[in-house]
Design a binder for this molecule. Structure first.
Ligand code: ZN
Length: 258
């Protein structure tokens, strides 16, 4: 199934999308209760919001060996976790604002997992049952500030630095399917810059969920970003970015200045 979050006259609402892209409004987040209110809106003239409003966005760095290498880093022996603040989330088709403090902002495309139920200290085997669905995530990074600060909060935490969406899809087998993998791609102005596969992850999705859940409780609606393949590069004002993951709907956004 496919879910969106849309702006309505009474505030943000979750919705189930049917095959005609009509949004059927839900009474609650779909991971809580799948109850439709009976109201339906055509998606074409509806403001799309990021598909979830999480309590946290928990991320892993250097989870594709070739990407760790391109930045001159070792592949970590254990997942390297960091957080992006919820205030960094950008609605689909929005504008990433380049901060004045940075001269080098880069794109990172990542598979985003949406947590479906509270999750603490689960095994990799149990992990799949805690995941509600998948969407596209951007881990936009001020690379110069990341190097200067050593830790990542500022470099990856600016407003608009977490484009997310457009929809949550629940029918991907990525977590449990070790064989086929999902393609993970990012293009800038129509030129393919990043192209990887979840097969090339150092720590697979189930291992990551388990590892993360041993560090902190994952709440329903939390977003987990799972690392980026090689090919990261700079973004400038006016760039058009498209992130495409497996069979998910593509996430597009533009780059601008304040
Ligand atoms: Zn990243």
């Amino acid at each position: 199934m496919k879910f969106a979050r849309v702006q309505t006259s009474i505030g943000p609402k979750y919705a189930r999308l049917d095959e005609n892209d009509t949004a059927h409004l839900l009474a609650e987040a779909p991971w809580i209760h799948l109850k439709e209110t009976g109201e339906a809106l055509p998606l074409t003239n509806t403001k799309l919001l990021a598909p979830v409003a999480p309590s946290k966005v928990l991320c892993v760095g250097r989870n594709y060996a070739a990407h760790a290498k391109e930045l001159g880093n070792e592949v970590p022996k254990e997942p390297l976790l960091f957080l992006k603040p919820p205030s960094s989330i950008l609605d689909p088709f929005g504008t990433v604002i380049l901060p004045q403090q940075s001269a080098r902002v880069e794109h990172e495309v990542e598979v985003a997992l949406i947590v479906g139920k509270r999750c603490a200290r689960v095994s990799p085997k149990e992990a799949a049952s805690y995941i509600f669905g998948y969407t596209c995530g951007g881990d936009i990074t001020a690379r110069d500030l990341q190097r200067a600060d050593v830790q990542f909060s500022r470099a990856k935490g600016f407003d608009t630095f977490c484009p997310l969406g457009p929809f949550i899809e629940t029918d991907l087998q990525a977590l449990t399917d070790g064989g086929s993998g999902l393609s993970v791609q990012c293009s800038v102005n129509g030129v393919l810059k990043q192209s990887g596969s979840t097969r090339d992850m150092v720590f697979n999705l189930a291992t990551l969920v388990s590892y993360m859940s041993h560090a902190m409780t994952l709440e329903p609606g939390d977003v987990l970003l799972t690392g980026t393949p090689e090919g990261v590069g700079p973004l400038v004002s006016g760039d058009r970015v498209a992130m495409v993951i497996g069979g998910l709907s593509p996430l597009a956004f533009v780059i601008g200045t304040a």
